[in-house]
Ligand binder design. Sequence first.
Ligand code: ATP
Ligand code: MG
Length: 602
Amino acid sequence: MLYSKLLIPTLKEDPAEAEVISHRLMLRAGMIRKVAAGIYTYLPLGWRTVRKVAEIVRQEMDKAGAQEVMLPAVQPSELWKESGRWDYYGKELLRLKDRHDREFCIGPTAEEVITDLVRREVKSYKQLPMNLYQIQTKFRDEIRPRFGLMRGREFIMKDAYSFHKDKESAEAEYWNMYETYKRIFTRCGLNFRAVEADTGNIGGSFSHEFMVLAETGEDFIASCDSCDYAANVEKAECRPPEVVDTRRVPRDMLDEDDGGELKPIEKVHTPGKKTVEEVAEFLGVKTSKLVKTLIYKYARGVNAIPPLRETPQLRALFPDHGMGVAVVLVRGDHEVNEIKLSKILETSEPIELADEETVRRITDAPTGFAGPVGLSGIAYADDALRGMKNFITGGNEADTHLKNVNTRDFQASYFDLRNIVSGDACPKCGAGKIEIFKGIEVGHIFMLGTKYSEAMKCMFLDDDGDNKPMIMGCYGIGVGRTAAAAIEQNNDKNGIIWPAPIAPYEVAVLPLNINDKGVMDAATEIYESLKKAGVETVLDDRDLRPGFKFKDADLIGFPVSVVVGEKNLKDGLVEVKRRSTGEALKVRVSEAARKAGEILTK
Ligand code: ATP
Ligand code: MG
């Protein structure tokens, strides 16, 4: 392709709205343009890369035995009502009405539509297993669309759904997809890791996220420095501490500064000191010596049974029986894991910290001074508290904290409800220590079980004559996000360094002066032989100074450039340059195409 004919509106300056490198470089290299928040047009270069990622996905999915279909982007509400997700999905679901006032949504995912297809068309165990996938535009009305293609509202996803007659078959397909995903991301040239992810109510290790390691990632990965354990921090379980009963703590387990004893509670005046940091500094202790008391409000849902630990007193505070309140305790330097807490509270709706008014009603104190001692009801405490003694909590009174509080002093049930942190013992091997990395989730595989097949009656006739719900798995890949993640991992100050398999074009031929006939002839000869060899090549035929051409070639990130200049050409030579290392080789004109091809395959 001739550069002069291509729509490549490169930008010299960094666009102000782009916070992360991939977003910046995709805008600067003229690959994408924003149309509305989280909605983009893909320009020729951007679309070529997206298509290449999609093609790798397609080839590997086909090789793995999956079949490609194309489901509609607009989906009727009836199906979503059958699965129960019409009400549950919330504001991320873009809903609309047609001229007959019928409700639809733009698919954020397609479990309902595919389950509907399969329940109609597949009846017998003989037709199973089956894995169907599509590569299709999805819409999710994300609260904070950002980072370009990384978190868009409209984005391209490969979604696959498999159907099985039994657990063994479903598990086999799960691992088949696991291996397929490894091949896909390896072929895309990514440095990635498969990590255990939250499985909702399925349990076991049947959900993995494929994470591209990058500083700009929005996910945190807990990884053991000694065994192969790796999990999303959302899901990583914390190993409970050794001490179980602090009423009878063995002497040798107590810090020396505690004098080996559980001391009586002491009230301390802490004027205006509300945060963990302020109190710790004021009292001259580490934040790990404190216990934070957080009061959460959560929706129980109309039909949900109130959780066991909610007391009549707490409930009396909220006559609206749909709301619940939970008092949650974690060590001062730990954070509540709201996903774990939601599960403990048996709620599927988002939970949130209570407002000032609620905190006052429960603790009789302004926010910042809540503590478990003297509160009615049973608190939800993190397991780590069982290993603590003589700690500091709020005093349920303005400007007051309590010292030497122990688990003997309040009623609590203990759970794993915090985020794992760096330095924690590995939950799997126990011997290693946890390290935390940031990652970009590019793929997600998930064992669905019978959630959708039961709700939507997707049944099959088994060989024993029984009608049974199919067991399902689902498998997603963010196609645009994968392209963006590749840039996050492969760039320098001059621009993108594409892994060759997903580069928009493989080679740029750069004649340094198009008005020199010798230069243009040699450049054209190389360009033609690259094209003939099937190499995707751009000939930069613009009448521009060499500096501009080099800048654009580096910004766009052609894996290989062939530089044709008067000086080298006098000796019959041109320069073949590799973008990733900057290394340049002088070769004869007739050798240039072969050499470029060789670099690409290495
Ligand atoms: P996230 O936690 O990042 O919101 P998710 O868990 O909602 O992701 P899935 O529902 O598992 O994502 O979707 C499958 C894949 O689709 C993800 O692994 C990701 O690569 C991609 N994806 C999800 N949301 C977006 C988005 N807003 N923009 C671009 N890609 C996305
Ligand atoms: Mg999401």
